[in-house]
Design a protein around this ligand. Sequence first.
Ligand SMILES: Cc1cc2nc3c(=O)[nH]c(=O)nc-3n(C[C@H](O)[C@H](O)[C@H](O)COP(=O)(O)OP(=O)(O)OC[C@H]3O[C@@H](n4cnc5c(N)ncnc54)[C@H](O)[C@@H]3O)c2cc1C
Length: 424
Amino acid sequence: MGQPQGLSLNMNKGDIMREKKIEQYDVVIIGGGPAGLSAGIYAGRANLKTLIIEQNLVGGLAVNMNEIENYPGFPEGMTGKALMDLFYQQAKRFNVHFRFTDVRKVDIQGDVKKIWTFRDTYETRVVIIASGGKPKVTGAKNEDKYLGKGITFCSVCDAAVNTGKKVVVIGSEDMAVEESLFLAKFADKVILSVNVDSDKMNCSEELKDVALNNPKIEILWNTSVNHFEGNNQLEKVVLKNLKTNELIKVDCRSCFEFIGYIPNADLFKGMVDMTENGYIITNENMQTNIEGVYAIGDIRNKFLRQVVTCAGDGAIASIHAEKYLLRNKAFKNKRMKVEKPSITLIYNSIEEDQLKLLKIIEKMELKLKGRYFFYTIDIYKAKGFLAKSGIEKVPTVIVSKNEIEKKLSDHITEEKITRIAEKL
Ligand SMILES: Cc1cc2nc3c(=O)[nH]c(=O)nc-3n(C[C@H](O)[C@H](O)[C@H](O)COP(=O)(O)OP(=O)(O)OC[C@H]3O[C@@H](n4cnc5c(N)ncnc54)[C@H](O)[C@@H]3O)c2cc1C
């Protein structure tokens, strides 16, 4: 991929001596998986000064996939790495900056948000959280001992070394079945341990049939891992039949676990709203409860976690962030010397009456676009706005030109707004 991998591990003396830097960006994206890269493409293309911070490999989880067959536009499918390389190249084409290090701390409450890595600090008005997730483990006895020594989460990385051997796969969803089918191309035997009955498996019927008809795959229903055995390397997975308590010893040097993911959300705990499982809650524009902070991709509480939905999330977040920055800038720079006056509506979108006012402003915008700038600020979404702006009443319409500013909070009508605007 041509990216500088493992920078923090390969620092030379000059790097270590270098003073810590503070850099400013419009948008900082935490995580360079499919979601972060998609957001980067849209933000970069919108001419926002954009940084992606990635602690590992550009492309995130997708890099490990041997084949992605369901990403539109590639009828023959392609490897995750090849697809991610295209995302990466496209982000670079739009001048997205990259840093290969981990984000250690964030302060995302204020208007100017701060992000700390080992060496540097980044200041930004928009943070897009795209930190994805990490694989769940079974928690069975001795699992820690064999992580990386036989227990793996990546079939594309470890399939070839199991050519002609027996492997165990743990999991009961589509992902476990898909990966078992892939592993069956290399291994002689794939033992798939599923912790429920056949009719309760959370997997597509079509996929299940393909696995059941593959002579190399044996599915052990109602089993879970009891413990792992071996010396320096995994040698046995001991499964337990959950109905009979019978222990089943399977000799193998690799056990592939596909039992789900845990969101990488620790950095943001107590700051952004999350589900009890740690997924970040957003609205349809990918906004979190904090103004200027978005969450996209697998870290987000959503229905479908796939590359294609990551791309959609990234696009929406960046386009919304662009509007947010514009609005913020317009409001902050209201003292700027602009010839054209602006009309700003501050409203609450959950109040029906105020939505009527929004319609009036939208109608005015259509009519008077050339004469005025129009802005709308929904305080329901931009929760911190009121405190910072000094606006006391909602709804309020602010008509401003250069340093003159008129506020209208009572009985707001199109006629009143127009009258004030014409006098400025
Ligand atoms: C086995 C498997 C098979 C799959 N098959 C398919 C498929 O066929 N088709 C499909 O569309 N999808 C598939 N998916 C789903 C797809 O991989 C995910 O939906 C997608 O990768 C999520 O992208 P993301 O950018 O949200 O997160 P990730 O891909 O998890 O990327 C997040 C990135 O953030 C980085 N990061 C985390 N914390 C920090 C930090 N503190 N500082 C800096 N960087 C950080 C991580 O290193 C990582 O690179 C599969 C997933 C798995 C596990």
